[in-house]
Design a protein around this ligand. Structure first.
Ligand code: R5P
Length: 307
């Protein structure tokens, strides 16, 4: 039976549901949603579900409301007899609070993973923020696939930027920047970052003056307040380098962050289409479809993990 693909979000602005349905030769289903007068969510699935694999797709940026919807939808699909419920979420939420940083805090990454593992039979995402948690298997109990954005980002850089020098804004970014630089055949430098608060970030640039003949390209996995990128852009400017191209895998751009970054002097801002944003220039849908296909090819579990 052909799988069914359902969008998690009402508008599906990047049209990922349509793209996956086409690439997986699946049926595109429809989800009816509305709000009850008290603010709760109403969901109704249109399309036959019994005995089928169902792929829910949509990004989990600005996640709190979406997580409730996802839980309701996945649970409904299981009650309707879905063989497997697979989530293809190009951006996965709650991965950055991956340890206790201050007394009184918890580890949201673990709690959310535990919650979602109870209603999913598979997970596909793009470059989740894996740092102190090393693999999704450490926290998710369902089979998962991680799509690397690096090949698509490297391809874009090779086509659009002459003589690039890749820059990662902090040690955490090295895993992505090194991979992109290797694929784009260019040098890379990792900067040093100190975060003093949500919007208070200091970045220092170690000896970049010798790269003045190169076009700097800043690459980060998540751009949220853009304070990290903005601090890096300022330091590059102070070091006498040309205005950088700024690339985000996951373009959250909270509030005025996007315009603040452009105003600071970024030459160009580009992002992957893991989160809908006007800067989306790098398409990840083909790679996400390949990863979902891999999960669909696995044997369906005979019994599911408990909710
Ligand atoms: C941090 O660990 C991430 O890799 C990004 O550097 C960070 O999320 C960027 O956040 P912001 O845009 O708020 O500075």
């Amino acid at each position: 039976m052909r799988p069914l693909v359902l969008p998690l979000n009402d508008t599906d602005p990047t049209r990922i549901a349509a793209a996956l349905a086409q690439r997986l030769d699946a049926e595109a289903g429809t989800l009816e949603t509305r709000r009850f007068p008290d603010g709760e969510t109403y969901l109704r699935v249109h399309g036959a579900v019994q005995g089928r694999d169902v792929v829910i797709t949509g990004s989990l940026d600005r996640p709190d409301e979406k997580l409730v919807r996802l839980y309701l939808l996945a649970s409904t699909l299981r009650d309707l007899g879905a063989r497997r419920v697979i989530l293809a979420a190009p951006s996965l939420a709650y991965m950055r609070q991956d340890r206790v940083f201050n007394d009184g805090e918890g580890i949201s990454a673990r709690y959310v993973a535990h919650w979602l593992s109870g209603c999913l039979d598979g997970l596909v995402t793009v470059d989740p923020h894996l740092h102190r948690i090393h693999t999704l298997d450490e926290v998710y109990r369902c089979p998962s696939r991680v799509v690397a954005a690096a090949p698509a980002v490297a391809q874009w850089i090779a086509a659009k930027v002459e003589a690039p020098l890749l820059l990662g804004p902090d040690a955490e970014s090295e895993q992505w920047v090194a991979q992109v630089a290797n694929l784009a055949h260019c040098p890379y430098v990792v900067l040093e970052k100190q975060r003093h608060g949500d919007r208070d970030v200091e970045v220092s640039v170690p000896q970049v003056e010798r790269w003045r003949h190169r076009s700097p390209v800043l690459v980060d996995d998540i751009v949220s307040t853009a304070r990290t990128m903005i601090a890096a852009v300022r330091h590059l400017h102070a070091a006498g380098l040309p205005a950088p191209v700024c690339i985000a895998v996951h373009a959250i751009f909270a509030g005025s962050a996007y315009h603040d970054l452009l105003r600071t002097g970024a030459r160009r801002v580009a992002s992957c289409n893991s989160i809908p944003h006007p800067s989306n220039l790098i398409d990840l849908h083909p790679r996400i479809a390949d990863a979902v296909r891999e999960l669909l090819a696995l044997d369906a579990p005979s019994n599911r993990s408990p909710s």
